[in-house]
Design a protein around this ligand. Structure first.
Ligand SMILES: C[S@@+](CC[C@H](N)C(=O)[O-])C[C@H]1O[C@@H](n2cnc3c(N)ncnc32)[C@H](O)[C@@H]1O
Length: 455
């Protein structure tokens, strides 16, 4: 039986869903972060449960040709990136395999599906320069420091220059933190429930250059706001919006519901393709705009739209997909649960001179059954882009009843995607195509777009 603190020489036989290396010791599974399939390592067991345990690689005995030296000095401590030790080509191969393996597991166990045979599985769309791609960062503030949490903890890791964030926004956050603390604003202490600063959030329009800074505080209190605003706007001329967000709750949710605009606009504008989008602090906006365009284009191509169709954009955020669809459809309906995002979405139609989209605010699983059953509104093509937990069962049931000719499913979590595809393929739909898109280089996350048609 494998015991804590014992050392073993093991072969890494696979990489798990989060990129972790997997080894076996007499049938007992060890998960070893930072190792790559094909490597041989000396590992120290850190935790041993009954059937599996966690170990740390002490020595690399045989290295994978896919191994690369991580360029971030905080990589081994920070919880942000998990694949920087792999070449970018290997990261893409890993993601493609992860999507394929997970989907075939779900679809093989379904009665209507025997394998991914017959489904067009496209190679992952990767990024030319897979660094500094993020347009949004949320930095915890703790004990006089700003940084990121180490994996599965609230211990702070400082990092002078995060390599996946926008470079200037990264500097903006750190400078804002220094000025705020110099002006007498202490960090919030989670145990004592004292102090002011909880997080600093930055958002940048990668195409427009506009920057937003959100200071997340534990109460309304924020000292010396005027000096803070003057200092920041002098140093960062592209800073178009400074917002204070108040989060009085004792949970892991970063932002509260209340926003106070301290300077400039209460939103920034960015462009995607030919369109402009207004984005406010509480609205969702895809974090990697280069890959977002590739994702949306792939999704819209998959729908093979004809001009006179009605489309639904469900989980629509600020209406980006609906906007891209508007030129190709007779009518588009967008549904989203966050009221601020729907406000942005409505203004975005005005900003882009579009008059064939109607937005509704509410849970898709409540709004769509009402639209379909009570108002008789039906879609020819449905796009869904749910959060990580996937689609609600009531929504899937309504889509099955409504029977749109085409369904395009965009997902950031292949496990819930597999679950929902299993249901859909057992209930009248056929899966035609899967296109993974690398929205989150250096991490194990992968976005996928799937095309389904009514059988
Ligand atoms: C992955 S984002 C996609 C947003 C948008 N399609 C885009 O590309 O920017 C998921 C969105 O679903 C929204 N959401 C979460 N649960 C929802 C629900 N039950 N009904 C409708 N929208 C929901 C979130 O607020 C978020 O805006």
């Amino acid at each position: 039986m494998v015991q804590k603190n014992e050392e073993y020489i093991v072969d890494i036989i696979d990489n798990g869903i989060d990129g972790e290396g997997i080894a076996k010791v007499d049938g007992y599974t060890l998960f070893i972060n930072g190792t790559i399939k094909g490597e041989k390592v000396k590992a120290l067991v850190l935790k041993a449960n009954n059937t599996f345990g966690f170990a740390k690689a002490l020595e690399l005995i045989e290295k994978s040709p896919d191994r690369e030296e991580p360029i971030c000095p905080a990589y081994n401590r920070c919880g942000g990136c998990t694949l920087q030790h792999m070449s970018y080509e290997a990261q893409m191969r890993f993601k493609e395999e992860k999507v394929k393996k997970t989907l075939s597991k779900f679809l093989d166990s379904g009665t209507s599906f025997k394998s991914l045979n017959g489904v067009e599985f496209e190679p992952v769309i990767g990024m030319g320069i897979p660094y500094n791609y993020r347009n949004k960062a949320q930095y915890p503030c703790q004990n006089g420091k700003i940084g990121f949490y180490s994996p599965r903890t609230h211990s702070l890791v400082e990092n002078d220059n995060c390599l996946i964030q926008d470079e200037e926004a990264d500097r903006l956050a750190k400078y804002a933190f220094k000025v705020l603390t110099d002006l007498g604003n202490d960090c919030y202490d989670e145990k004592e429930k004292t102090g002011i600063l909880r997080h600093i959030m930055t958002r940048v329009g990668k195409n427009s250059g506009e920057q937003m800074l959100v200071v997340i505080t534990n109460s309304k209190e924020l000292n010396n706001k005027e000096e803070f605003i003057k200092e920041l706007t002098t140093k960062f001329p592209n800073l178009k919006s400074i917002v204070q967000n108040i989060n009085e709750k004792d949970t892991n949710i970063i932002m509260g519901k209340k926003c106070i605009t301290l300077y400039g606009k209460d939103y920034i504008v960015d462009t995607l393709g030919d369109y402009k989008f207004k984005i406010s602090p509480l609205s969702f906006y895809q974090v990697n705009p280069v890959q977002t365009e590739a994702l949306y284009n792939a999704a819209i191509d998959m729908a093979e739209l004809k001009e006179n169709v009605t489309a639904f954009d469900l989980y629509c955020g600020i209406g980006t997909i609906a906007t891209f669809l508007s030129a190709k459809c007779k009518k588009v309906y967008g549904v989203e649960i966050v009221p601020e995002a729907i406000e942005d979405a409505k203004e975005n139609t005005l900003l882009n001179g579009i008059d064939n989209i109607e937005f509704r605010c509410g849970a898709a699983e409540e709004v769509i059954p009402k639209m379909y059953e009570k108002e008789g509104i039906k879609a020819d093509v449905v796009f869904v882009d749910p959060p990580r937990k996937g689609c609600d069962q009531v929504l899937l049931d309504t889509i099955v009843k409504m029977s749109p000719k085409k369904l395009v499913y965009i997902s950031c979590n292949v496990a819930t995607l597999g679950r929902d595809l299993q249901y859909l393929t057992q209930n009248g739909f056929e899966l035609l195509k899967v296109q993974p898109v690398d929205m989150f280089p250096q991490t194990a996350h992968c976005e996928s777009v799937c095309a389904l048609k009514l059988r």
